[in-house]
Design a protein around this ligand. Sequence first.
Ligand SMILES: *[C@@H]1O[C@H](CO)[C@@H](O)[C@H](O)[C@H]1NC(C)=O
Ligand SMILES: *[C@@H]1O[C@H](CO)[C@@H](O)[C@H](O)[C@H]1NC(C)=O
Ligand SMILES: *[C@@H]1O[C@H](CO)[C@@H](O)[C@H](O)[C@H]1NC(C)=O
Length: 266
Amino acid sequence: MKPTIVLCLCFIFLEYVQCSKPNIICIIEHCGKQSAACLADEGCRSAMVCITGCATNNQTCLFDCIYSYEDGAFDEFMKCASTDHQCITNDPPNPPVVCHPPQKVESGFTIDLLTGSWYIVKGLNRIYDCFDCQVTTFKPSPNDKTVYDVFEKFDVKMVSGGTRHRSVNETVVQASGGIFNYTSMQMGHNTHSQWRIMHVGKGGAFLLAYYCGSISADYFFEGSVVYSRTPSLTSDQLVELVAAFKDHGIDYSKYCTPNTKNCNAK
Ligand SMILES: *[C@@H]1O[C@H](CO)[C@@H](O)[C@H](O)[C@H]1NC(C)=O
Ligand SMILES: *[C@@H]1O[C@H](CO)[C@@H](O)[C@H](O)[C@H]1NC(C)=O
Ligand SMILES: *[C@@H]1O[C@H](CO)[C@@H](O)[C@H](O)[C@H]1NC(C)=O
């Protein structure tokens, strides 16, 4: 690389870190290796440039950028600069998200009933729940049968156009009947969320679930999805689902209907 290009990239990088109120000395001191690796990596660099173009606190813009370009180098940098050394602070959504967990939970629902694959056929949170081709698979962990491994696949429409297949892996344990704790490392951050099963469709064919998650003491997110064993619900199942929404006092029209056709499932 020519020195001018390096300088230019450094400028982009500094601009990025300035936007997110970083402690540059801290980054140089602790995360020099990860910063250099990020600059040398096209995905990580693109993520930084893209994020720099987002207005402060535009979460949609921020996550569009991250989902489009996030890769190993980006995660390593964020883990070092944010999680391990707190050089970068994550501004929580403004106004802050306050979770509103549903009061009624399917208390007889146990973790083994999650086993296998589900399509997400309805989603509430436009940032997290509405991707195309979301397929989630639960399997008992080989080492510990009380822990389940969760494999989440989804397609992202990249900001530059085109589609990117993404995956997130989590682990889940049953906290109590119908309530589950998920943990994962996402975007270099330790992420915890608690899921509640609000309705189990006839024959276990679909589930209405709510979650509240956090990446720090003041950074929360919440959402809700409908997991289905098939890419779409039958008309009878839809009638049942609408009744379940009504029973919980939820506005059905707020949910998106992600594309689940022609997905490369499993
Ligand atoms: C936030 O970013 C998105 C995507 O980049 C854009 O469409 C939207 O207009 C922005 N919202 C605000 C309030 O600036
Ligand atoms: C999730 O796990 C699968 C299977 O082990 C693996 O192929 C994939 O790369 C993992 N995804 C992430 C983001 O770690
Ligand atoms: C689940 O998470 C809640 C809230 O963080 C915690 O109080 C509880 O101990 C966790 N339960 C299990 C089994 O991990």
